[in-house]
Write a protein that binds this ligand. Structure first.
Ligand SMILES: C[S@@+](CC[C@H](N)C(=O)[O-])C[C@H]1O[C@@H](n2cnc3c(N)ncnc32)[C@H](O)[C@@H]1O
Length: 206
């Protein structure tokens, strides 16, 4: 079962994740933060928060916003707990079944997680459910339009059972629109010579 593969893979990686992916995490987090303008009253969920890299930077920069994170891998959350203030609400769970009430957040973020999600339709429905009307979903992930990222994606489809697929700009736009989001902005960029990323900002319709 694929859920076991992801849990096994990230339980194994948890202790070394921050050092192994330091420059990737720093660069992608920088890109995300540069696209956010937050208010003190904001309530934010990070889906697939991993070791809490993005939540840590949000908590440092915005001490008054309410922060939550969800990830299916306890070992990743254990690392996150050690670096985050206690006010950050961390829960074990999957993007496809978020352990939060309806209309709970005004911003849902996710960095480098969507390429693992098998059932993206359900994950988008869940993101929409936990968002307040008019709330925003900001997804950052590998961009299939980028040649080097596409090579990585195709390689991992065969050699890494945890990996599922990355999306092109047009595909992710269509999926969001199908799930009652208005796409506000899609930016493509490289975080180094290899990794082509995209950040998509979408707003819950209604
Ligand atoms: C590459 S790491 C990224 C972690 C974190 N977002 C960051 O940027 O440092 C991918 C994370 O996605 C989580 N993940 C994988 N599949 C998931 C799913 N279906 N729902 C939620 N999280 C998932 C993994 O447990 C892992 O922590």
């Amino acid at each position: 079962m694929v859920q076991n593969v992801i849990i096994k893979e990230y339980s194994r990686l948890a202790k070394i994740y921050d050092s192994r992916w330091k420059s990737y995490s720093e660069a992608s987090t920088r890109e995300i933060l540069s696209r956010l303008s937050l208010k003190n009253s904001d309530k934010i969920l990070d889906v697939g928060c991993g070791t809490g890299f993005l939540l840590y930077h949000l908590s440092e920069r915005y001490p008054d916003v309410q922060l939550s994170g969800v990830d299916p891998v306890k070992a990743m959350l254990d690392v996150a707990r050690k670096k985050l203030p206690v006010r950050v609400d961390l829960r074990e769970g999957w993007a496809e079944q978020l352990p939060f009430a309806d209309h709970n957040f005004n911003l849902v973020l996710s960095n480098s997680v969507f390429h693992y999600i098998r059932d993206i339709q359900t994950a988008l429905k869940e993101a929409r459910r936990v968002l307040r009307p008019g709330g925003q979903l900001v997804i950052t992930d590998w961009c299939y339009n980028c040649f080097t990222t596409r090579l990585t994606d195709l390689f991992l489809r065969y050699f890494d059972q945890a990996h599922f697929r990355s999306y092109s700009v047009n595909k992710i736009r269509a999926l969001l629109e199908e799930n009652y989001f208005s796409v506000l902005q899609i930016d493509r960029y490289m975080i180094n010579r290899w990794w082509g990323m995209m950040t998509i900002k979408a707003q819950r319709k209604g």
